[in-house]
Design a protein around this ligand. Structure first.
Ligand code: SF4
Length: 212
């Protein structure tokens, strides 16, 4: 028997799929991260070149591990041994068949909002890889575009700053100060409101808390 939260997620997931499809995204709802993992793998043919952004969601659900274990040409920026090598892997990732990422937020009418420090992740969303797969836990849904931007700025970005532990004011206070610190992780803001070419971006919504 499904809980009220699971039932609500099922209905919300269906609504969001319709909203995303109206914007030419390909979209799916998976109740669990395990099902989302299987769906993502089913979308990527073997032998494809695959890369990804710095998403915690895709690592937590085991997707990056699964690509390493499978028959894919993986470009993994985490394997870069120097800043130069990592930058080079970032550039190579922009020419792959599939780029995997999460999103910082999604509005209830299907607009994706992302903030990026280096810019490789938002660049890949805009143009470059032939396909992009976005994994998004329903914990990232905000009522409006403004709410999604606020979520990306005030929730996702300060938490992400703690991953890097740079000298940014959010690491001292837990809240965003709209900083211009050299270590700032909020360089680029991307609003993805329409998918062109159609279905290039495939969004997998997950009915479990995933990432932040
Ligand atoms: S304080 Fe700076 S790095 Fe931290 S969330 Fe705000 S803009 Fe981003």
């Amino acid at each position: 028997m499904n809980t009220p939260i699971e039932k609500r997620n099922e209905v919300l997931g269906k609504t969001l799929v319709e909203k995303l499809e109206a914007r030419q995204f390909e979209a799916y709802y998976c109740p669990t991260a395990k099902e989302a993992l299987e769906k993502a793998l089913s979308l990527v043919p073997e032998k494809s070149s695959v890369s990804w952004g710095g998403s915690i969601s895709i690592r937590d659900m085991g997707l990056t591990k699964a690509f390493h274990a499978g028959d894919y040409e993986v470009i993994d920026r985490d394997l870069g041994k120097s800043p130069e090598e990592i930058a080079d892997l970032h550039r190579q990732g922009l020419l792959t068949d599939y780029f995997i990422t999460s999103t910082n937020a999604i509005s209830e009418d299907g607009i994706l909002v992302n903030i990026d420090g280096t810019g490789n992740r938002v660049a890949a969303l805009c143009f470059g890889p032939k396909n992009v797969i976005v994994i998004c836990g329903l914990n990232k849904v905000a009522p409006t575009l403004e709410g999604a931007v606020a979520r990306a700025r005030s929730t996702a970005a300060p938490i992400n700053a703690f991953r890097f532990m740079g000298k940014t004011p959010c690491v001292s206070t837990g809240i965003c100060h709209n900083c211009k610190s050299p270590d700032c992780i909020c360089s680029q803001f991307l609003i993805s409101r329409f998918c062109k070419p159609a279905k290039r971006i495939k969004v997998i919504l997950v009915g479990e808390e995933l990432g932040y």
